[in-house]
Design a protein around this ligand. Structure first.
Ligand code: HEC
Length: 272
């Protein structure tokens, strides 16, 4: 008798706990509009995003709080995002006061704890940024003084006056290196988008959230995307509009841009 009532009460407690967790409002997929390419300390920046409850329903009645933390320096701040634009869309106005690596997340109280990891943002110091901004790498002319210095140095070397080392030192700090465009690492960008666009909330990938996100939609688990089983062409169509490939799919159309789709494909196809 004792045994029965005890296991019964355990069952009731378990049941209640499950109901309580479920009632916390469930979960949401956050899709960042665009990852800021270059962030400078002290400059105003807007981060826009869309909230889909359970990955499906656009919710416009929320107060998302964007929290930033630079753990190395024990600095932190938060900004409440404002409703702006289309359904389910919010914008947070931000200003980083110091340079460094900032971790962040978007919390929505109504949904309990949000666990979507956002890619770390790298903020550069104001001074370094002004230089680059004033003269974009591609258009920056080689300063005449530098050209003259190099010509003079080569001249001197040819005449046997100096060895090669001082020349390379003269050339190092100047814009020759900066004039070369930095190739964007597509797979790295795709990895950041995997988090920022919300894929990470429904899919696991060993390089991001090993085995952590498995949901059952319509009786089947969401595929783990670590090992790519798809052609680039298929991924293109799928990510552009999943329902065009499978009309009843539970995967939402996240309105990805072509460049984002390409980066995501590079990430999914990279060997991990
Ligand atoms: C709300 C949850 C959710 C989000 C967010 C989501 N997916 Fe999916 N995804 C699914 C589900 C569910 C399926 C299985 C679909 C089916 O078979 O109908 C799926 C299937 C896939 C497939 C396999 C398609 C196939 O034909 O088997 C790929 C690839 C994929 N998702 C990539 C992504 C990427 C990349 C992102 C982010 C840009 C993403 N998903 C975001 C739920 C989601």
């Amino acid at each position: 008798m004792y045994k029965i009532s005890r296991s019964f009460s355990v069952a009731v407690v378990l049941l209640l706990t499950t109901v309580l967790i479920a009632n916390a409002g469930g979960w949401a997929v956050i899709t960042i509009d665009e990852l800021p390419a270059q962030i400078t300390a002290g400059q105003a920046l807007s981060i826009g995003f869309t909230v889909r409850q359970h990955g499906q329903t656009l919710r416009s009645d929320l107060k998302p709080i964007v929290r930033f933390e630079r753990s190395a320096a024990q600095e932190a701040f938060e900004v409440t995002a404002q409703r702006q634009g289309g359904e389910g869309h919010y914008v947070a106005e931000i200003k980083f006061l110091s340079a460094g690596q900032w971790e962040w997340q978007v919390d929505i109280e109504q949904f309990g704890m949000i666990t979507q990891p956002m890619p770390t943002l790298s903020v550069q110091a104001a001074q370094a940024a002004t230089l680059t901004k004033a003269m974009p790498a591609q258009t920056r002319p080689l300063p005449l003084a530098l050209i003259l210095a190099v010509v003079r140095a080569i001249d001197q070397m040819l005449m046997g006056k100096v060895d090669a080392a001082p020349i390379s030192q003269q050339m190092k700090p100047v814009s020759l290196a900066a004039a070369q465009p930095t190739p964007v690492d597509q797979a790295a960008l795709g990895k950041a988008l995997f988090s920022a666009k919300g894929c990470v909330m429904c899919h696991s990938h060993d390089a991001v959230n090993k085995g952590q996100s498995v949901f059952w939609f319509d009786g089947a688990p969401t595929p783990d995307l670590t090992v790519n089983k798809y052609t680039a062409e298929y991924l293109h169509s799928w990510l552009k509009d999943p329902a065009s490939m499978k009309p009843n799919t539970s995967m939402p159309n996240l309105n990805l841009k072509l460049t984002e789709i390409e980066a995501l494909i590079a990430f999914l196809q990279a060997a991990h």
